[in-house]
Design a protein around this ligand. Structure first.
Ligand code: ATP
Ligand code: MG
Length: 214
């Protein structure tokens, strides 16, 4: 491909990226929410979008199947970031990664007495680092979604998940007991593409940079 390919996930990342694309003079020709197409053209013949699962974005960019992409810090930390240049925090899809427990579980006491707890999460690597830094012993259980269910049915004592309003936690009688980090989405660029397609990529990166909202 002589033009550039940008990897995006459907949902909040796509929605919150639209104003950044507009700032770069890029307008998708279809809405991925209603279209089943995975490759979406734009008003610019040299720019196309590929619609991928959020967790797959770094992989597409790492291998050069996409020249650039937008991915959450949560996803990038789990991926590791190899082969990726991360020039911009776009400050979109903001939330936080937190530890949550059922209302009846005394997390502070468990930490205090050095209890070994079971933690369910999609974010094994980040969770492992967090608890290791606190000197806590945890058994991590990998899940792919609906983490909130795990403590309610006895699969885990706690979860590590993303929180924005806290509505899902409240609806499931869970309490946020510890914030691990704040999360936003970043622009990631394939390192080889940045050299080979600099003339096409640099203006897009600069337009995105100029359109970031504080
Ligand atoms: P799916 O929801 O289809 O299982 P996913 O959770 O990987 O997939 P999204 O829910 O679209 O995909 O999340 C994409 C990114 O948006 C996440 O990696 C994270 O950075 C951010 N995000 C996730 N949940 C929230 C939230 N509640 N508020 C704001 N940003 C969020
Ligand atoms: Mg989700």
């Amino acid at each position: 491909m002589t033009g550039i390919t940008l990897a995006l996930s459907k949902g909040r990342i796509f929605e919150e990226t639209l104003p950044l694309l507009a700032a770069a003079g890029i307008e998708p020709s279809e809405n991925p929410e209603s279209s089943r197409k995975l490759i979406i053209g734009t008003n610019r013949p040299d720019v196309r979008l590929v619609i991928v699962r959020a967790t797959d974005t770094p992989t597409y960019v790492q291998y050069g199947a996409a020249d650039l992409g937008i991915a959450g810090k949560d996803v990038l930390l789990e991926h590791g970031g190899g082969g990726l240049y991360q020039p911009l925090d776009l400050n979109i899809a903001r939330c936080r990664m937190s530890v949550a427990v059922p209302a009846g579980f005394d997390y502070a006491a468990a930490v205090q007495r050095g209890a070994r707890i079971r933690v369910a999460t999609k974010y094994i690597k980040t969770a492992r680092e967090h608890f290791a830094a606190k000197g806590m012993h945890v058994d991590l259980i990998k899940l792919y979604g609906s983490m909130e269910l795990a403590p309610l049915v006895g699969l885990a004592d706690a979860i590590v998940d993303l929180v924005s309003t806290g509505g899902t936690l409240r609806a499931n009688n869970l309490l946020e007991v510890e914030e691990i980090m704040s999360i936003s989405s970043r622009l990631v660029v394939n390192q080889a593409a940045l050299k080979l397609k600099r003339d096409l990529l640099q203006p897009v990166i600069e337009a995105f940079a100029g359109a970031i909202k504080p």
